[in-house]
Design a protein around this ligand. Structure first.
Ligand code: FE2
Length: 351
């Protein structure tokens, strides 16, 4: 996603202020927080203004795609004005962690509200990042050509019976790296590679497009089976557009691996940057994101689930899905597993 210019202008103005504050540290300035966010949902707007109302801390933000934000942070280096970085997918959060971007946070609020398996690396000094919402990676199928029992597991996507029927986005995308990484953690690298080879052999077409494109291709019959993050599917299910309604009527969804380790769950999340000029405000912001109201906003804005177990959210489509067994592999481990996943996709040509 390209940089949003108004947001960028706001940040440039903020940078000028931040620079001035550095030059004269004794001058008191309004408390401020510089946020780099790869989230881009309208409801997040309400979230930020609510934080300012509660704390008096103004938020300057840059919204851009994950890669653009990471690139920007690398370029800015130690002089970056950024305090908090919000990203989507454990693969990207882990990458930022390995690049040394975060400084661990020890917070009673975060430790008590965000489950341990939904936090980044913690060597005892606090977690490097925290998940703020979750999404599941599920299988969608064409109801006319496939029965749900045929695609009950991720493993089934490699079943020769599905030859010429499977569509996925590129294996190099973080959503795929995380899933393949998780599968490798469960099956071991050799079996995961064998599986990946089987999936590639089943392709209906070479990987292209995003998750929504896979859903549409399943609806038109170009593919019979595909993988998608839940929020893309839910967005389509809540859409009033005739084309979306028509597509949704032709597809079914499966929670994969309910009889084994559970459906792969990923996250959006954030951490406090190593050189954050406003660290205290940054920690307060993360703590705010773990509040009940922020959790509902965060999740609802993108049809995701809260990470805080006690947080309640109303979403008719997600509610209609009911409960499912989610993989509880620690999300930090999923992030790290992308190294193995990248090797696997190279070897099997999942491009
Ligand atoms: Fe996405």
């Amino acid at each position: 996603m390209p940089l949003r210019l108004p947001a960028r202008r706001r940040l440039l103005a903020a940078l000028a202020v931040a620079g001035a504050a550095h030059a004269a540290p004794t001058v008191a300035a309004d408390p401020v927080l510089n946020l780099y966010s790869a989230r881009h949902y309208q409801t997040d707007e309400a979230l930020y203004s609510d934080f300012t109302k509660r704390t008096g801390i103004r938020i300057n933000r840059i919204e851009a795609g994950d890669e653009a934000l990471l690139e920007r942070l690398r370029t800015e280096g130690r002089n970056s004005p950024a305090d908090v970085l919000l990203l989507v997918d454990a693969a990207r959060l882990w990458r930022a962690q390995v690049d040394g971007m975060f400084k661990p946070v020890r917070s009673k609020v975060l430790d008590s509200r965000i489950p341990g398996h939904l936090r980044g690396k913690d060597d005892g000094g606090g977690a490097e990042w925290f998940a703020v919402s979750t999404r599941a990676r599920v299988i969608v199928y064409n109801k006319a050509t496939v029965k749900p029992e045929q695609v009950a597991t991720y493993e089934s996507l490699a079943d020769p019976a599905l030859k010429g029927k499977v569509c996925t986005r590129s294996g190099t995308h973080p959503y795929m790296l995380s899933l393949i990484g998780a599968i490798s953690e469960h099956l071991g690298e050799a079996k995961a590679e064998q599986w990946a080879r089987g999936v590639v052999a089943n392709f209906a077409r070479s990987p292209r497009g995003g998750d929504t494109d896979q859903i549409k291709a399943v609806a038109t019959g170009e593919c019979a089976v595909a993988l998608t993050n839940t929020y893309y599917l839910v967005r389509m299910m809540r859409s009033d557009a005739a084309a979306d309604k028509d597509a949704v009527s032709k597809i079914g969804m499966v929670w994969p691996n309910q009889q084994s380790w559970g459906t792969h769950v990923n996250v959006s999340g954030g951490g406090v940057l190593r050189n954050a000029p406003n660290r205290e405000a940054a920690v307060r912001f993360l703590e705010y994101l773990a509040s009940d109201s922020a959790q509902a906003y965060l999740a609802e804005g993108n049809n995701e689930w809260p990470v805080v177990p006690s947080a309640v959210m109303k979403n008719p489509v997600l509610d209609s899905f009911g409960k499912f067994k989610a993989d509880t592999l620690p999300i930090a481990q999923v992030g790290r597993a992308q190294i193995t996943a990248a090797k696997i996709i190279d070897r099997v040509g999942w491009r």
